[in-house]
Design a protein around this ligand. Sequence first.
Ligand SMILES: NC(=O)c1ccc[n+]([C@@H]2O[C@H](COP(=O)([O-])OP(=O)(O)OC[C@H]3O[C@@H](n4cnc5c(N)ncnc54)[C@H](O)[C@@H]3O)[C@@H](O)[C@H]2O)c1
Ligand SMILES: O=C(O)C(=O)C[C@H](O)[C@H](O)CO
Length: 255
Amino acid sequence: MDQPATFHDLHGASVYITGGGSGVGAALTDGCLAQGANVAFIGRSDASDFVEEMRDKHGRAPLFMQGDMTDTDLLHATMQKAAEAHGPLNVLINNAANDKRHALEDTTSEFWDWMIEVNLKAYYFACQEAARQMKDKGGSIVNFSSISYMMGNSGYPIYTTSNAGITGMTRSLARELGPKNIRVNALAPGWVLTQKQLDMWATPEDLAAHLDRQCLKEHLTPEDMIAPTLFLASNASRAMTGQCMAVDGGVVVTG
Ligand SMILES: NC(=O)c1ccc[n+]([C@@H]2O[C@H](COP(=O)([O-])OP(=O)(O)OC[C@H]3O[C@@H](n4cnc5c(N)ncnc54)[C@H](O)[C@@H]3O)[C@@H](O)[C@H]2O)c1
Ligand SMILES: O=C(O)C(=O)C[C@H](O)[C@H](O)CO
């Protein structure tokens, strides 16, 4: 898609994205490459085809590292490899998450641990390594949350718990890292119609009900997340930290 804006400071920036090979993350990789940034990303599944698609489109390929980000040593090693390839990180985008459905009654302790490891722990430890790399020259961290917890959605309580945790973590890390000029913000998307959402969760009834809740009467696409993320990543938002920015088409949450 056409870039809606140019963020000059992102040209040549070193950007690391979790889950940058599919869904919203793939749009973010595409959007960052289009700004002239150097992108590295981790993902669980093979993303070689996407890497080649990006090479064809931008003339530069993102650095893809396959692995499970819940392994903190591995996560940190991939972030260090990104720094070796592109320089210390300027931008971290914590995007990868898992919204697997579950109910309180059926939840095991192991499932809780796994969901929190994916949806919260990996975010935290990615921030830890990013902060190390950004300590001398500052940087920007964008943590993907969700409006799902603000809506009080059922069906995935550990996911919504994590989304709420992400905004709390964001505020505290913004305070801790602000003196080093490292900004930390959260972005809370509304319902973004990725192929996975369409394949797994989106029924015609739920889609219609959700559009009713939005002020704007068009469903959101992964590409709609690009410019808001670039804004938070870039110096355009240099006076913003500790915030959670909803990008949701104007969902009005009622009691
Ligand atoms: N799609 C939506 O409607 C929606 C709504 C609100 C918030 N969000 C948020 O936006 C972000 C992206 O959502 P999405 O719909 O594109 O997700 P997705 O499930 O389609 O993609 C997630 C990506 O993360 C990767 N990933 C997951 N677990 C991993 C692990 N353990 N190690 C390494 N990589 C892992 C996957 O490989 C995949 O590339 C998430 O933070 C999500 O909470 C999405
Ligand atoms: O999965 C999420 O994080 C969402 O926020 C998705 C939608 O907002 C939700 O399914 C709408 O009811």
